[in-house]
Design a protein around this ligand. Structure first.
Ligand code: SF4
Length: 556
């Protein structure tokens, strides 16, 4: 297909999609700051991402801004092919024509789609090679917040933490029409939550170890917004998305637990809850569009008013669906509201079948609590239980992983079947992913377990759990976990290598060819005195304490 025909097809498809949306915002772009917000994955995924859609609505709530959306990994918008152009949903304009192009990223592997999107729009991925006329490229979201350095050679600036306050400051500076990009970035760097990588040059020792920056990053910190001022909820309704049948509202952000592997819990923002009256007001409005309410958050059941909110939804004649269920929070009342909502699949996360290891990584939930929670949920008609496990947690061996997972699943299956009629026995789906070290967590010091080990673990588990009645096993792809580990722990040398990816070569082959060894970042245990890539950016996140907890966990 030639480019003209391809463009026509893409724009036709996007018009159709825009026509089906309720809540889309279309303005006259004239005289306004034009922002294109790109979700570096599919429309189907992006439109259920409240971080992405909330920032879109926040920007459009300002009179001086017109924000449009684009998605970079759709079959109808194939950014993977350099020639395929990227258009916005709202007005089907080319992304490259915008003043600002921002990416909202939750998962590190989507960084690859950023490179594809920029290349598709003929925007040079390496920031130092972009000229004054190129759009300002920025990025925000959970993944770069933990380690901004992997995007530092690509983005002109990054928004760290909650987006609304820093974006407000940035738009004010832009409104004053700074005379150059450089002037804009220098002014932007003083806004809390804005990181301008070009102002800080990395230093390396003669052995190649990262030594921090030339330039003081003391003022760089993630922004914290009042979530009651900027509540995140569905603002555009479409059936073409993962949770298209629901009205989503984020009722809590962060988590009360501090699991050693989890980036959510170690954010400096702590656990924050949306006020129950605000939630109820939003739900009443959302019920005009959908009859199912998705309560979003990593620790939804920890919201002090969870039961009241859930009953409120039921009393309004709708159903409720929590995004996360922690086994130690499931009691008769919680099971009642979930059962009354017709929930068919509940997800719990034991992380490991080894109770002692689970306690040592601060998950703090015993086997018995998982068994009791599962029985309670099944007793209310929930038909499937999805269990999330992590293979290769620091301090474990492959055979222990396999043995403990199989033993946990068999015990649980036995409990369930002993308490149910055979005909109504539910399905247990065992979902296994590889451990990936994340910045600012105790396990930031730990190595990735290795692709071969994960492959072998999954193969053994599939073989051992396969014959088990009512159990299904699924796993991630180990080489993509390795890639995620690299993009989670890399520094600017990985960023530079990423910027040179051609969008087609296997990314692991590409990184292997780069002048820096990817295993240096992924397969090595870090030392307590080592300066990690995100140490250069953030100060005072309690690294000494994280090291102590890591050592205690791997050698108790
Ligand atoms: S309970 Fe879940 S969200 Fe909370 S810290 Fe642990 S893994 Fe993270």
């Amino acid at each position: 297909m030639n480019e003209r025909k391809m463009s026509w097809e893409i724009r036709k498809k996007l018009k159709e999609i825009a026509g089906e949306e309720e809540g889309i915002c279309i303005k006259d772009p004239g005289g306004k700051i034009n922002v294109c917000l790109v979700y570096p994955n599919t429309y189907h995924l992006g439109m259920s991402n409240l971080g992405f859609t909330s920032i879109y609505s926040f920007l459009n709530s300002r009179e001086d801004v017109f924000c449009e959306r684009a998605f970079s990994a759709d079959a109808f918008q194939p950014g993977g092919e350099r020639a395929a152009p990227l258009f916005t949903v709202e007005t089907q304009r080319r992304v490259g024509a915008f003043d600002l192009v921002g990416f909202s990223v939750s998962f590190e592997n989507d960084y690859l789609n950023i490179i594809r999107a920029l290349a598709a729009e003929k925007i040079t991925p390496l920031r130092t090679e972009r000229d004054e006329g190129a759009p300002l490229v920025f990025c925000g979201g959970f993944a770069p917040h933990l380690n901004p350095e992997v995007l530092a050679e690509i983005c002109d600036f990054l928004v760290l933490g909650d987006g609304e306050p820093p974006l407000t400051g940035l738009l004010e500076i832009l409104g004053k029409k700074p005379e150059s990009k450089r002037k804009f970035l220098e002014a932007a760097a003083s806004i809390p939550g804005v990181y301008v990588p070009s102002l800080y040059d990395p230093l390396y020792s003669s052995e190649g170890a990262f030594q921090g920056f030339r330039g003081d990053t003391k003022g760089v910190q993630p922004a914290v917004a009042d979530i009651n001022r900027y509540p995140a909820h569905t603002t555009i309704f479409t059936r073409r998305t993962e949770f298209g049948d629901m009205f989503l509202v984020e009722i809590a952000r962060g988590c009360v637990k501090k699991c050693f592997f989890c980036g959510v819990s170690h954010s400096p923002h702590g656990f924050r809850c949306l006020d129950k009256e605000t939630i109820k007001g939003l739900i009443l409005n959302g019920l005009r569009y959908r009859k199912r309410v998705g309560l979003v958050g990593s620790a939804v059941l920890d919201h002090p008013d969870f039961l009241e909110i859930a009953r409120f939804v039921l009393d309004e004649g709708a159903a409720v669906s929590p995004a996360s269920i922690r086994a130690d929070m499931v009691d008769e009342e919680v099971a009642d509201v979930l059962g009354a909502s017709g929930l068919k699949t509940a997800a719990l996360a034991p992380e490991t079948g080894d109770e002692a290891r689970r306690l040592s990584v601060a998950k703090g939930i015993r086997d018995e609590q998982f068994f009791e929670a599962s029985l309670l949920l099944f007793s209310r008609g929930i038909a499937n239980l999805k269990l999330y496990f992590i293979a290769g947690l620091p301090g474990t061996r492959e055979d222990d992983d396999v043995h403990h997972t199989v033993s946990f699943v068999k015990k649980l299956n036995h409990h369930i079947r002993a308490s149910r009629k055979k005909s109504s026995a539910p399905m247990i789906i065992v979902s296994m992913g590889g451990f990936v070290p994340k910045g600012m967590t105790p396990f930031q010091f730990a190595p990735f377990p290795g692709v071969e080990r994960l492959r072998s673990t999954y193969w053994k588990l599939r073989k051992m759990l396969g014959p088990e009645r009512g159990v299904k096993f699924e796993s991630d792809v180990p080489k993509y976990s390795y890639l995620q580990a690299l993009l989670s722990t890399g520094d600017r040398r990985i960023s530079r290598a990423l910027s040179g990816w051609d969008g087609k070569t296997d990314p692991l082959v590409h990184f292997k060819r780069a002048p820096v060894n990817p295993d240096y970042f992924t397969m090595r245990e870090k030392t307590p005195g080592e300066i990690l890539p995100w140490d250069g950016v953030y100060r005072g996140y309690g690294k000494e304490n994280l090291w102590k907890r890591y050592r205690l966990s791997v050698s108790p």
